[in-house]
Ligand binder design. Structure first.
Ligand code: MGD
Ligand code: MGD
Ligand code: SF4
Ligand code: MO
Length: 720
């Protein structure tokens, strides 16, 4: 360590693994990141983002002063994206008064449900708790959601239906204790790298058998005993055929099924049609592989399932996840160490933002908003008159934008999200954004969505504030202020509490909720005093090592794995499933299936990683095409190609690789100049409202190199 430097221990701002970071600081500058070998989450390991990706906080494109748009929107006029010159700098007082006035004006005129908010799975528990409190307690609306809707919504609905709890059941590092584990729809080494490392350890050092079920030939396939390369969108027949084999060959844990589940008989009947032969015709997976996978998982002493977006981001995402739940219920592979149903949560604090009630149907602690007893609890806690809070379920993120119209949603508050990159079918998303009457962006950068805002509220990064994040295995960990905030930026919670006080004053309420917090610890304390799962968590207790929720009281050591004795729903429920094909199947005109996802080096819309040195590691978008398809279409590795769907088109370079299967192409979602979401379809899962990001039909055409977009052109326009 350099002399007179200091070290601050905190939590990584990128993915849900929640690695511990030691930031080494000199002169208020982070010059190095390491991690403690004793850290329970990552044992000193970090991926490239945690170790090198923090420098976006120093980017010159970061906004450090509040901004107000110079011209206001005229009635009926549609807004457009702006360049930096179209805003002017303002004081915090002016920006917050202006925001309060405009929001209050719309609330007075059109009522509660004209307002909506996107919370932020990058921000802390404290920030998110407060923002949903503002929209519920001040505006009396449940139009509160966040990126979980685009993420594990299908898994969450399925797990709630079947067992009554949606969190990851076991601790990720327990994977080394599994005899067999399935990884499906998750590119773990790129997207949860340290869990990916633990999975490789499980195979190489502990003899666990890995089954990969994924349409792409991922790095993990090299470690797998079996790889089932299914066609996108065919999870239900593959998982159901595995269940068919397990039942047919008497590999069920009959005691577990009879004691802890209901609905088995009807479910068993529904499996008849899902023979391995039938699944093969639909999914393209060899029937023998399906049989072997079923036997391997069912015969394990401890079997676990880990899954990601390839399960939930489909118009039948809920059914896909139920298919996995069934496998665990049939075999009793849940409720013990080394087993479990493990949806790998993506963002650093998406588990936390969900726990904090940043969802349209739930208060903090998953208390349903339409249950009057729950509403009464929060009315008391927030000092609101009885029946003051809305009992109506709010709109989901995907519905919020779809309802932008006179008489619908008029104003949107976005804290740290980027729908103009991350929602499906961006041409439709743009149309909705243009129809808003008032838009607030609270972020570090003016991202593609912030470019439409009337007011920009600059927030601190994770390195400039205190708080907590809750990681994928429910571990609540400390985030610590390491450096002074850049310029005039303020913490999200500070901005929200200041705005809330201005609003309460402006709305002249008789009773007002409490907003005058001394800091994040007080906010956290308020939340923990009401949410049972967090009741025993305090900043003091998590000073060194985080605690895994539920933590019902201050003596409780936390809960590494769930459902040992029973499920929250009592008995778990089987649901007969139907196979529903993807919404848009390939045809003569659009012959390829497009699947979208991530790269190790980048983060979602790219706002953080492309403003960091990581950007140089993978500077431009590429579409992955199998050599057979490349040959047929005359595409060369590195050559320019236009990819079009019925909704849009982009031009990018080809990467000819066997990582993808014939007939399937993959485009990462990170690059605005070739935005994958211009192509994706906005079809939704009917229960979870999650879009079908993982399958739509596209065509490809070789084009002239000169048509390739310039990746740096955007940066020059002064937005992020
Ligand atoms: N580097 C990096 N890491 C990240 C993120 C990031 O942006 N960058 N984002 C974070 C977030 S929010 C999330 S949610 C996670 C997501 O992490 P993952 O779930 O790993 O995300 P994806 O890259 O979208 O890929 C999912 C996998 O699903 C497969 N797949 C596609 N269609 C199907 C199908 O029909 N069936 C099956 N079984 N598989 C299919 C794809 O081939 C791919 O391997 O990553 C987190 N970590
Ligand atoms: N095609 C396709 N689209 C997808 C997906 C896919 O697989 N394919 N995956 C979906 C999934 S799983 C997800 S989770 C979503 C993610 O979608 P989003 O959440 O919309 O995407 P991000 O780019 O992570 O946006 C995070 C924003 O938060 C800002 N930020 C970072 N830290 C802070 C902070 O402390 N405070 C504030 N106020 N702002 C902060 C960043 O600058 C950035 O602008 O994308 C979805 N979209
Ligand atoms: S694995 Fe996730 S939490 Fe760990 S360093 Fe990488 S991005 Fe950060
Ligand atoms: Mo996600």
């Amino acid at each position: 360590m350099i002399s007179d430097s200091r070290k601050v221990t905190t939590t990584c701002p990128y993915c849900g693994v929640g690695c511990g970071l030691d930031l080494h600081i000199k002169n208020d500058y982070i010059y190095r990141v390491t991690s403690d070998y004793d850290n329970v989450v990552n044992q000193g390991n970090l991926c490239v983002k945690g170790r090198f990706g923090y420098d976006y906080i120093y980017s010159e494109r970061r906004v450090t002063v509040p901004l107000i748009r110079k011209t206001t929107q005229k009635a009926g006029q549609r807004r457009q994206a702006f360049d930096i010159s179209e805003w002017r700098e303002s004081s915090w007082d002016e920006a917050l008064d202006y925001t309060a006035d405009r929001l209050a004006e719309i609330y007075d005129r059109d009522g509660s449900d004209a307002l909506a908010v996107y919370c932020c799975a990058k921000a802390s528990n404290e920030d998110n708790y407060l923002l949903q409190k503002l929209f519920r307690a001040v505006f009396r609306t449940n139009n509160v959601d966040h990126c979980t809707r685009l993420c594990h919504a299908g898994s969450v609905v399925a797990l709630q239906m079947a067992i009554g709890s949606a969190a990851m059941s076991n601790t990720a590092s327990e994977v080394v204790e599994s005899d067999c584990f399935i990884v499906t729809g998750s590119n773990t080494p790129e997207n949860h790298p340290i869990i990916g490392l633990q999975m490789k350890d499980a195979v190489y050092k502990h003899g666990s058998k890995l089954i990969v079920i994924d349409p792409r030939k991922l790095e993990l396939c090299e470690y797998a005993e079996l790889w089932l390369p299914l066609k996108p969108g065919t999870n239900v027949p593959v998982f159901s055929a595995m269940a068919h084999v397990i039942v047919d060959e008497n590999l069920c844990d009959t005691k577990f099924v009879s004691e802890r589940t209901t609905g088995f008989d009807e479910f068993r009947k529904s499996l008849q049609k899902f023979t391995p032969e039938y699944a093969e015709t639909i999914s393209g997976v060899d029937r023998q592989l399906i049989v072997e996978a079923a036997r391997l998982y069912a015969r394990a002493e401890r079997g676990a399932i880990y899954w990601g977006m390839g399960i939930s981001q489909l118009a039948h995402g809920t059914a896909s996840a139920l298919g996995l739940v069934h496998l665990a219920l049939l075999t009793g592979h849940v409720g013990r160490r080394g087993t479990g149903l493990n949806p790998l949560r993506g963002q650093n604090n998406v588990q936390g933002a969900s726990d904090m009630g940043c969802m349209p149907y739930h208060y903090p602690g998953y208390m349903e908003v339409n249950n009057p007893d729950n509403a009464a609890i929060w009315e008391k806690a927030w000092n609101i008159q009885p029946e003051g809070l809305s009992r109506d379920k709010g709109l989901t993120t995907t519905e919020i934008l779809g309802n932008v119209r006179p008489g619908g949603v008029r104003a949107l508050y976005i804290m740290g999200e980027n729908p103009m990159m991350t929602e499906p079918n961006l041409n439709a998303t743009r149309h909705h954004m243009e129809g808003l009457e008032f838009l607030v962006a609270q972020d570090l950068f003016i991202n593609e969505s912030g470019a439409y805002a009337d007011v920009f509220l600059p927030a601190t990064s994770w390195a400039e504030k205190d708080g907590t994040f809750t990681n994928t295995d429910r571990r609540v960990q400390r985030v610590r202020k390491a450096i002074e905030p850049r310029g005039q930026v303020r913490s999200d919670w500070e901005i929200i509490s200041d705005l809330a006080q201005r609003l309460e004053h402006r709305l002249e309420r008789e009773k007002s909720a409490y907003w005058d917090y001394s800091g994040p610890e007080e906010i956290f304390g308020e939340m923990c005093s009401i949410v049972p799962e967090y009741a025993g968590v305090t900043y003091e207790r998590i000073d060194k090592v985080g605690l895994q929720t539920p933590v019902p009281d201050e003596e409780h050591p936390g809960t590494p794995y769930l459902f040992e004795a029973e499920f929250p729903a009592g008995k778990a429920q089987f649901f007969p499933l139907e196979y529903v094909p993807v919404v848009e199947k390939p045809d003569d005109e659009y012959p390829f299936i497009l699947t979208t996802g991530r790269l190790l080096e980048h983060w979602h819309g790219g706002t953080m990683t492309r403003n960091s040195q990581l950007g140089e590691l993978y500077p431009e978008a590429r579409v992955e095409v199998h050599p057979i398809d490349a040959n047929r279409n005359g595409l060369d590795d590195g050559g320019a190609v236009q990819v079009s769907s019925r909704r849009g088109e982009i031009i990018l370079r080809a990467r000819v690789t066997e990582k993808t299967n014939p007939g399937v192409v993959f485009i990462p979602m990170h690059f605005v100049e070739a935005a994958a979401n211009l192509l994706t379809i906005d079809a939704l899962d009917p229960q979870a409202k999650i879009p079908e990001f993982k399958a739509c039909a596209v065509k490809m055409q070789r084009v002239n190199e000169e048509l390739l977009p310039n990746p740096s052109a955007r940066l020059e326009r002064g937005r992020w």
